[in-house]
Design a protein around this ligand. Sequence first.
Ligand SMILES: C[S@@+](CC[C@H](N)C(=O)[O-])C[C@H]1O[C@@H](n2cnc3c(N)ncnc32)[C@H](O)[C@@H]1O
Length: 259
Amino acid sequence: MDGDGPPSGAQPAPGEATLPPELAEAARTLFGDRLDLAAAYAELLATDGVVRGLIGPRETPRLWERHLLNCAALAERIPEGASLIDVGSGAGLPGLVLAIARPDLTVTLVEPLARRTAFLIEAVQHLGLTKSVRVFRGRAEEAAVGSRDRQPLSADIVTARAVAPLDRLAGWCLPLAVPGGRLVALKGASAAEEIAEHAAAVARLGGGQPELHRCGVDVIDPPATVIEVVRERVVGPARKKAPKRSRGGRRRGTQGRDR
Ligand SMILES: C[S@@+](CC[C@H](N)C(=O)[O-])C[C@H]1O[C@@H](n2cnc3c(N)ncnc32)[C@H](O)[C@@H]1O
């Protein structure tokens, strides 16, 4: 990344006008020569995304700070050439941002809501990312098992932001990671407490000890907080306990009603 900025007198790329000057250096560091593409996505979020109710109008002035830069900071935790599934992408955060910042990645955006997947499909086309990004409409749990006409999905890295607490997230996301792959969850200020609360549940789901990382240190303030969990073991679905039977082999009061 050159860090020189556009030549003086050059017209800003469409949408780059929404990039506050104080964040320009961070944006150039995180997006490099893909900054124009990031600006085009910011523009799409600020216009179509707001009109279609995917982004609150009050988010527009802080799109770069809270959304694009924060999500792009995750890129430092993702190995070169990795496959990545973003669970609960919404309007494309962080999955589409990572696909913009890192053309080496192969990204699948998993999102159950039709209005959101329609936006994502159009955004991917608009940004010219159809070779590296695909959109899967469905829940993470469905994506992991597949169906008659859809192969199960799996990837080296599974990302998520603002989707669920760590225990539920691990239950949805670890089955999507290849063994040895990782969940990389963008979290807020209470990440350490989440780890303390859910580490045992994560272990039962086949995950390793959750680790806390700060991303974008010296680039964004505050840095992004990330919880990572390695899929150490493949765990089958939880077995249901057999219902207790009364001495006669039938539950009391169910005679004639249990068919
Ligand atoms: C609060 S939004 C966050 C969207 C985006 N990640 C962001 O940070 O702006 C949560 C998203 O997770 C999706 N979601 C909820 N449960 C899900 C599941 N089981 N599998 C996949 N996506 C899910 C919702 O449809 C919604 O788009």
